[in-house]
Design a protein around this ligand. Structure first.
Ligand code: NAP
Ligand code: GDD
Length: 325
């Protein structure tokens, strides 16, 4: 069978790196969009962490630049397009709501348009988010739960989700939307709460720091491992029919209890180091997320393999190793 080609936006991010590794292991040619940066020597850090930086083809571009996307897709002729690029940090989206709209919302239409023009037979994956449920309308959120976004990021993701559904229905594109709940790994950005916690715990353990400052530790999230979640993305594009899927573990945990796992792993007392900082609270919070992955299990045969406990311990160990070296 001919080698398949994938085009990934957001290839330098957490999920882009793990998805690249997965697709390479399956024999794909992997290409991806990279933003031009004055520090180009470090923008493939995550790909290097996985040792695959030389195995992927990087193409300069930006989600806000339609003509560049059209040219890229025309040159690459991908079989599968994974749109993972986004301004993905919820807290920043209140500070940069317009940029978030341009990239996280309108960027989806740009990629879909480029695909419609140059590769209508390709298969498309949109990185939708559990943040779209926001002020939750059902205790356990599934594909049929109504959305109630609570941040400019979530509003932008909602647009991206519905434009994907609309292009599927309007133009008969093979376009699927994965509604993914929080997923983490040692490659997670330091601004997200799990990685902030595991990095701080490692620093405290090594005597490099004394405290961990957090905002709302009563918030609850359904956390899984990014490695498991990129497998679900790939499975969605292997189906004959495009569709939308919730990808989650079905278990929710407070930020407080997630921290407890990290401190306990290195034998430290959390109460001695944790400081609550009102400045870290958000203008509108998503109090609790809990996903129902029954459809992904039934139709994709997908089940998560890594528990939160194992995930946080892996992240703390990786941060200890990083800091020691
Ligand atoms: P991430 O680590 O923040 O990666 C985001 C990627 O988007 C990076 O490669 C970034 O490039 C790229 N990007 C940002 N602005 C861009 C632009 N204007 N043009 C082109 N690329 C741009 O995010 P992630 O955790 O891997 O998540 C992947 C996707 O899934 C995102 O769309 C996110 O919103 C969504 N999602 C994530 C989760 C989660 O828990 N991780 C859950 C649900 C949905 P730079 O490296 O240059 O910054
Ligand atoms: N980042 C951060 N920093 N979050 C904190 C802190 C802190 O110091 N203190 C408490 N939290 C709380 C936040 O208020 C939020 O309720 C929770 O921890 C998780 O925050 P993040 O890790 O920043 O993730 P998120 O849930 O807002 O968004 C992530 O998951 C979404 C899927 O639900 C991102 O990856 C999004 O891109 C993704 O769509």
């Amino acid at each position: 069978m001919a080698k398949k080609t994938a085009f990934i936006t957001g290839i330098t991010g957490q999920d882009g790196a793990y998805l690249s590794a997965l697709l390479l292991s399956k024999g794909y040619r992997v290409t991806g969009l990279v933003r031009r940066s004055s520090t180009a020597e470090i923008n493939d850090l995550r790909l290097r962490w996985l040792g695959i930086e030389k195995d992927v083809e990087l193409i300069d571009g930006d989600l806000s630049d339609l003509s560049g996307l059209v040219r890229s897709i025309k040159d690459i002729r991908p079989d599968e397009i994974y749109n993972l690029g986004a301004q993905s940090f919820v807290k920043s989206s209140w500070q940069q709501p317009i940029l978030t709209g341009h990239v996280t919302a309108m960027g989806v239409t740009n990629v879909l348009e480029a695909m419609r023009i140059e590769a209508p037979e390709a298969r498309f994956y949109q990185a939708s988010s559990s943040e779209m449920y926001g002020l939750i309308q059902e205790d356990m959120q599934s594909e049929t739960t109504p959305f109630y976004p609570r941040s400019p990021y979530a509003v932008a993701k909602l647009y991206g989700h519905w434009i994907t559904v609309n292009y599927r229905e309007s133009f008969n594109l093979h376009a699927s939307s994965g509604i993914l709940f929080n997923h983490e790994s040692p490659l997670r950005g330091i601004e997200f709460v799990t990685r902030k916690v595991t990095d701080s715990v490692a620093r405290i353990k090594l005597g490099l720091s004394k405290e961990l400052r957090l905002g709302n530790i009563d918030a609850k999230r359904d956390w899984g491992h990014a490695k498991d979640y990129v497998r679900a993305m790939w499975l969605m594009l292997q189906q004959d029919t495009p569709d939308d899927y919730v990808v989650a573990t079905g278990v929710t945990t407070t930020v407080r209890d997630m921290c407890r796992i990290a401190f306990a792993h290195v034998g430290l007392d959390m109460e001695k180091h944790l400081v609550i900082d009102p400045l870290l609270f958000r203008p509108a919070e998503v109090d609790v997320l809990l996903g129902n992955p029954a459809k992904a299990k039934a139709k994709l045969g997908w089940v998560p393999e890594v528990s939160l406990d194992a995930l946080i311990r892996e992240m703390v160990d990786a941060d200890l190793k990083r800091l020691k070296s």
